[in-house]
Write a protein that binds this ligand. Structure first.
Ligand code: SF4
Length: 56
């Protein structure tokens, strides 16, 4: 599948509909990062809020 990868946004979440698939990049021009914690202290506290499940 041909995609327009954004080389400024590396991503390995290939379950996301925005993933470039063949390469580990996002295809969006801009992503939104957020947190589900009130006081984020670790990597695991952060989320890509632009994620969309590819299976949906
Ligand atoms: S939207 Fe987020 S999770 Fe999805 S490919 Fe882009 S950076 Fe990765």
């Amino acid at each position: 599948m041909m995609t327009n990868k954004n080389e400024a946004i590396g991503c390995t979440v290939n379950n996301c509909t925005h993933h470039a698939q063949g390469e580990n990049y996002c295809t969006l021009n801009k992503i939104q990062i957020g947190t589900h914690e009130s006081n984020p202290t670790k990597i695991e506290c952060t989320d890509c809020e632009s994620f969309v499940n590819k299976a949906q």
